[in-house]
Design a protein around this ligand. Structure first.
Ligand code: UDX
Length: 441
């Protein structure tokens, strides 16, 4: 199948590469010339395990191409995927201007009937809008079908998720569209769920909102655990054994970040608001997350009443491990606050430091190893649970003035920290290892 993907952001690039890997001929369009030049050489603009290798392989095997030209990209394509960004407007709603432009570009450049598949996360009703735009600008006699096909990929494991996802959702209006998109996706061997377009659009928002709710819920439980002396790890494990609840997304921490949950939760509140429904629960989820992102500052303050002039080492800046993505990471808020309080902030992240330098305050300093960041510091804050951090030799914390670790991701066991004489404050757990931790299951 000849497929065109418009937009080579995270979703578009992973989609294009995965579709070429299962045998389709894919051409990806992006307006950024620099980026396209690099991608033609197999250089991925994002850090994503396995992506560069698959890009290089499929470019070499002539199934994957990149262009800045809409006419070149759309000429041969029977199916066009829209994977452009839907950034957040000031009021929290999704900005659909890039989607609308992509629809117009498709109509003005195809010379045949076309199926437009929406990968971008878009509010309910957007596919109908896309259909109308394309039909209005399309040459006489040509037909357009629209299909909603939301993505559920996690950054850091997107390639793996493409081939081992739980489901592929296809929302369409007629059997012909269903069967073409089903055929395209069949080699992924992932269960396919067919539904109407509006429901497909809603499945994406509802799924992300539900996962965000799970995280805010467990974070609130962790705060209560701290007050009562219970241990959140034991509580999560015990809850997760109930299959109705499930063990995933019950890890307490410093809140969710990234390109999806923060944006999609706010957009869903707006979508509901537009039909005069107040999504009270989701508003709570968003507020809890905001509070949780700042919780380490309070913990630090309890240990170091004067933060001004102190050297604070920040370990981990990305919103989660295995990505260089800094979008909506708690590290933004936390480093900002530390600088405001007059701290000397020295940060380390295995991958995200280049991105961080463009986003965080210029007062943040960077170290090229955990050891250098921690050296002679007054406190260590852990913000991302990278393996490199979780597996660090605990002796490194004795390079501090006094070993004081405030961990937003529960990277270490209480026993290990106590045994190593480290003053350890984490999320939803007692300060010292007096309680018995859950045995591995
Ligand atoms: C998410 C969805 O999982 C994916 O299906 C959707 O397509 C895009 O949004 P992603 O943003 O890549 O994917 O990351 P995810 O692994 O879901 O984590 C999101 C955030 O939640 C991270 O900041 C992570 O640290 C946090 N999180 C996740 C927790 O705090 N606790 C958990 O138990 C799980």
């Amino acid at each position: 199948m000849n497929i065109c993907v418009i937009g080579t952001g995270y979703v578009g690039l992973v989609t294009g590469v995965s579709l070429s890997e299962i045998g389709h001929h894919v051409i990806c369009i992006d307006v950024d010339e620099d980026k396209v030049t690099k991608m033609k050489k197999g250089i991925s603009p994002i850090y994503e395990p396995g992506l560069s290798e698959l890009m290089a392989k499929n470019i070499k095997e002539k199934r994957l191409r990149f262009t800045t030209s809409h006419s070149e990209g759309l000429q041969q394509a029977a199916v066009v995927y829209i994977a452009v960004g839907t950034p957040e407007n000031k009021d929290g709603s999704a900005d659909l201007s890039f989607v609308a432009q992509a629809a117009k570009d498709i109509a003005e450049n195809v010379e045949h009937d076309v199926i437009v598949v929406t990968k971008s996360t878009v509010p309910v009703g957007t596919n109908a809008m896309i259909k109308e735009i394309v039909q209005t600008h399309l040459s006489d006699g040509l037909q357009v079908e629209v299909v909603s096909n939301p993505e559920f990929l996690k950054e850091g494991s997107a390639i793996h998720d493409s081939f081992h996802g739980d489901r592929i959702v296809i929302g369409a209006e007629n059997e012909q569209a269903f069967s073409i998109i089903e055929e395209i996706n069949q080699p992924f061997r992932v269960p396919i769920f067919k539904t109407d377009i509006k429901s497909a659009e809603m499945i994406k928002y509802a799924s992300n909102a539900f996962l965000a709710t799970k995280i805010s819920f467990i974070n609130e439980i962790s705060n209560i655990c701290e007050l009562l002396g219970a241990n959140i790890e034991n509580v999560s494990t015990g809850m997760g054994l109930d299959q109705r609840i499930g063990s995933q997304f019950l890890k307490a921490g410093i809140g969710y970040g990234g390109s999806c949950f923060p944006k999609d939760t706010k957009a869903l509140i707006q979508i509901a608001g537009n039909v005069e429904y107040e999504f009270e629960l989701l508003k709570g989820v968003v507020n809890v997350n905001k509070k949780q992102q700042g919780i380490l500052i309070g913990k630090l303050n309890d240990c170091l009443p004067v933060i001004s002039g102190k050297k604070i080492a920040v370990l981990g800046l990305a919103f989660k491990p295995n990505t260089d993505d800094m979008r909506e990471s708690a590290s933004i808020l936390i480093t900002e606050e530390l600088i405001k309080l007059g701290a000397e902030v020295v940060a380390y992240d295995p991958i995200a430091m280049d991105n961080a330098k463009t986003i965080l305050s210029s007062k943040v300093q960077y170290a090229d190893s955990i050891e250098r960041a921690v050296d002679n510091s007054d406190a260590v804050l852990i913000l991302t649970d990278w393996d490199e951090i979780k597996n660090v030799d605990l002796a490194v914390f004795h390079k501090m003035k006094r070993p004081l670790v405030i961990d937003g991701r529960n990277c270490f066991t209480l026993e290990a920290m106590e045994k190593n004489g480290i003053d350890y404050h984490s999320i939803g757990r007692p300060v010292s290892a007096k309680l018995i931790e859950a045995a591995p299951i």
